[in-house]
Ligand binder design. Structure first.
Ligand code: UDX
Length: 436
């Protein structure tokens, strides 16, 4: 099957590459010629484990192509995926759909035979209907259908999530469009992946409901962590104790510095905005957003308390800048709020991140970026773990103690425990595990 993917950002690039791995002939289009040139030399614009190898393999098999030429990409394509960005709009937090509509208008000019236009970008419910109107104004109805096929990829595990998903959701209102999507996902039928066919609107809501629910679990456990700290309970054990109930499930119950990334913050805000537009109260998700915003500020205060109430004139070593491990993505990372708050309180910052430092340099100012985690610790008054990269899980405690001016560790991901460090005379502050 021949398909086109518009947008080689995270979603478009991973989806297009994995569709080619399924055996389809895929052309990915982007307006940015530098990105396309790089991809044509197997140079990835993002860090995602395994992606470079899969791109190279499918390019050499001539199943995966990259171009800036939309017309050529769309020739004979049975489906065109819209995978352009939908950033948060300033003001109301709604998803900005200008790139989606622009892509649809451009694509419309090249539709000659029946084509399914599929949204992969996360778009508010009702967007498919608007795309339908745009196309209907230009084309005969027999030439197209509009479907919604949301992605549920996690950065850092995106290939695994695409190739072995929990489920695939296809929102398509005609048999013809459903048949095209079925054909595209046929390889997954072999391993009995549930493929859910729904109306387009339902698929659009599923995407937001899934992300909002996961974000709710995180804000919920983060508030439980605050309570645990006050009463001497352990949030990790609370999470385990509730998570073993299969109705609750143990995943997404890790307390931490608040969720970040390209999806949860943006999508929860957009869902609240959509609910407002329809005059539906969305109190739970609104609170989830508020709790998460406040959490990042609260984490800076937690670090300041761990340093004896002031960080003025102190040096703080930060390990981890990206919003989660195995990505170079800094979007809405808690570090972007926590570091400036510490700086405003008079701290100087020395930080390390295995993949995120190039991007971080563009976003964070007046701080030291270190090539090695131990370099960041030299002479620091406290060490803060912000992102749970594997390489921070087994740090040399003796070396750490020698390098730090004061043996204080604030572990916002709970990858250590008091017992690991107590013998070394460290002051250890985790999240929701011990009174500070
Ligand atoms: C998320 C969804 O998981 C995915 O299905 C969707 O398509 C895109 O958004 P992603 O943003 O890549 O994926 O990361 P994810 O692993 O879900 O983590 C999101 C944020 O939540 C991170 O900041 C992470 O640190 C935080 N998180 C996650 C927690 O604080 N606690 C948890 O238990 C889980």
């Amino acid at each position: 099957m021949k398909i086109a993917v518009i947008g080689t950002g995270y979603v478009g690039l991973v989806s297009g590459t994995c569709f080619s791995e399924f055996g389809h002939s895929v052309t990915c289009v982007d307006k940015d010629p530098r990105k396309i040139d790089a991809l044509n030399q197997n140079v990835m614009p993002i860090y995602e484990p395994g992606l470079d190898v899969m791109v190279a393999k499918n390019r050499s098999a001539r199943r995966l192509h990259f171009t800036t030429d939309l017309k050529a990409a769309m020739a004979e394509a049975e489906a065109v995926f819209i995978a352009v960005g939908t950033p948060s709009r300033r003001g109301d937090g709604q998803a900005d759909l200008q790139y989606v509509f622009a892509a649809v208008e451009e694509a419309a000019a090249y539709i000659q035979d029946y084509t399914v236009v599929v949204t992969k970008s996360t778009v508010p419910v009702g967007t498919g209907a608007k795309i339908n109107d745009i196309l209907a104004a230009r084309l005969d109805k027999s030439l197209f259908d509009v479907a919604s096929n949301p992605e549920f990829l996690r950065e850092g595990a995106a290939i695994e999530d695409f190739m072995r998903p929990n489920r695939v959701v296809c929102g398509a209102d005609t048999d013809r469009a459903q048949a095209v999507l079925k054909e595209l996902y046929r390889p997954l039928f072999l391993n009995e992946t549930p493929v859910l066919f729904t109306s387009r609107e339902t698929a659009e809501v599923i995407k937001y409901a899934a992300n909002a629910f996961l974000a709710t679990k995180i804000s919920f456990i983060n508030e439980m962590a605050d309570l645990c700290e006050k009463v001497g309970a352990d949030v990790q054990e609370v999470a385990k104790g509730i998570g073993l109930d299969s109705r609750i499930g143990g995943k997404f119950l890790h307390a931490g510095p608040g969720y970040g990334g390209s999806c949860f913050p943006k999508d929860t805000r957009a869902l609240v905005s959509t609910a407002d537009e329809h005059k539906v109260p969305m109190r739970i998700v609104r609170s989830v957003v508020e709790v998460n915003e406040e959490r990042k500020r609260a984490m800076a205060d937690k670090i300041i308390r761990a340093c004896g109430g002031s960080v003025d004139g102190k040096r703080i070593a930060i390990l981890g800048l990206t919003f989660k491990p195995n990505t170079d993505d800094m979007r809405e990372s808690p570090s972007l709020d926590i570091i400036p708050a510490l700086q405003a309180a008079g701290a100087s910052i020395a930080a390390h991140d295995p993949k995120g430092m190039d991007e971080a340099r563009e976003l964070l100012e007046n701080m030291e970026f270190c090539d090695d985690p131990y370099e960041a610790m030299k002479g620091a008054d406290a060490l803060v773990i912000l992102t749970e990269w594997n390489q921070y899980r087994a740090l040399d405690v003796g070396r750490m103690k020698d390098l730090l001016k004061a043996p204080v560790m604030v572990d916002l991901r709970n990858i250590y425990g008091r017992a690991d460090l107590a013998g070394e005379g460290f002051k250890y502050v985790g999240v929701g595990r011990c009174p500070e």
